[in-house]
Design a protein. Structure first.
Length: 341
């Protein structure tokens, strides 16, 4: 586990925030989002139109892969709506968020609650739900606490990491369904209706058009690739970065910067990762529109350099390599104990 120097200066973020505001980077970019809405709608309609025209064919697995990409792009917009990046008002953002969550079969309220807890305490052993994953260990303490099957998986978690990401889509569906069933969300009726419409419509279309075997293969490819794409978009952001445990305190600026990692790569990576490649800037300014993050990046990096705050940025491949090395290292003590016994 990477240790963090908990020395802090609370005024630093105020200085950086003033600079960002002076550049107008917190102003909404509704035009860019309207364009995203139009492109995503065309891609979604085109994908399902191709599905209908192809009919019962194994070429539908290509359609499934295409729709996995579209679903992820829709989820990115839902993420932005949850952070109020699109409109100034909460209601308008929520309308977009509920719609996009419904399109991909997620619970918007459940995800917002979980994601807000992550933003408040990124990479905190006890308070960040994104590193509280039963089958994985991100800290030595988590690894030592594993028992049974989760302990065996944690021993070899670097090997299992990407295959497990393929289950992320299913996990999002089930978590949303369970949250609605337990009435853990605010708009229970709305969420229940959206999830029911999505699941019923999706399964009806797939099993109506395809043979049973083709339908099962379509669902496996579509849901598996969607989960993998989602996981690969979020994994580079914090996994393998510094973690906090009970008793460690940091000011807001250092808590967000030291636990986050940016991914370089230009406009293509910006599109593929939905702007999440600017994770440091996103965590510092969650309501900043996606299109402004790349403009904020050099300002934030320069400020961190001048303030002697480590600012982590790497390539996409480099980020995944760091994640796998970290997981391998965390699982090492478990492997040594297994050999010793």
């Amino acid at each position: 586990m990477t240790s963090i120097d908990t020395a802090q200066r609370g005024s630093d973020f105020a200085q950086l925030s003033r600079t960002v505001k002076q550049h107008g980077l917190l102003q909404r970019r509704q035009g860019s989002y309207i364009l995203k809405f139009a492109i995503n709608a065309a891609l979604l309609a085109g994908g399902w139109m191709a599905f209908a025209l192809l009919g019962s064919s194994w070429w539908q697995l290509v359609t499934a892969a295409f729709l996995a990409v579209v679903f992820t792009q829709l989820a990115f917009v839902g993420h932005d709506a949850g952070h109020k990046q699109i409109f100034a008002g909460k209601r308008a953002n929520d309308v977009v968020g509920y719609l996009h969550a419904g399109l991909v079969g997620m619970s918007y309220d459940w995800w917002i609650s979980k994601h807000n807890r992550h933003h408040a305490n990124p990479n905190h052993e006890d308070e960040d739900p994104d590193i509280a994953i039963p089958l994985l260990a991100f800290t030595s303490m988590q690894a030592a606490a594993k028992r049974g099957v989760p302990r065996w998986v944690a021993k070899h978690q670097a090997v299992f990491f990407f295959p497990l990401l393929a289950l992320e889509g299913l996990s999002l569906h089930m978590s949303g369904i369970n949250a609605v069933r337990r009435r853990e969300v605010k708009a229970t009726g709305l969420e229940a209706a959206l999830l029911t419409i999505h699941i019923t419509g999706y399964l009806t279309a797939v099993f109506w058009v395809l043979s049973p075997l083709q339908a099962i293969a379509f669902i496996a490819v579509h849901q598996g690739l969607w989960g993998l794409y989602m996981g690969c978009s979020f994994a580079p952001n914090h996994k393998g970065m510094a973690t906090l445990s009970a008793g460690q305190k940091l000011d807001y600026l250092r808590k967000q910067v030291l636990t986050s990692r940016n991914v370089r790569g230009g406009r293509i990576v910006d599109f593929l990762l939905g702007g999440l490649n600017y994770q440091i800037e996103h965590h510092l300014f969650p309501s900043m529109p996606r299109a402004n993050l790349r403009h904020a990046q050099p300002l934030v990096q320069q400020f961190c350099d001048l303030s002697a705050i480590p600012y982590t940025q790497t390539s996409a491949i480099g980020s995944y390599a760091q994640v796998l090395r970290h997981l391998h290292a965390i699982g090492a003590p478990l492997r040594r104990k297994a050999h010793a016994s």
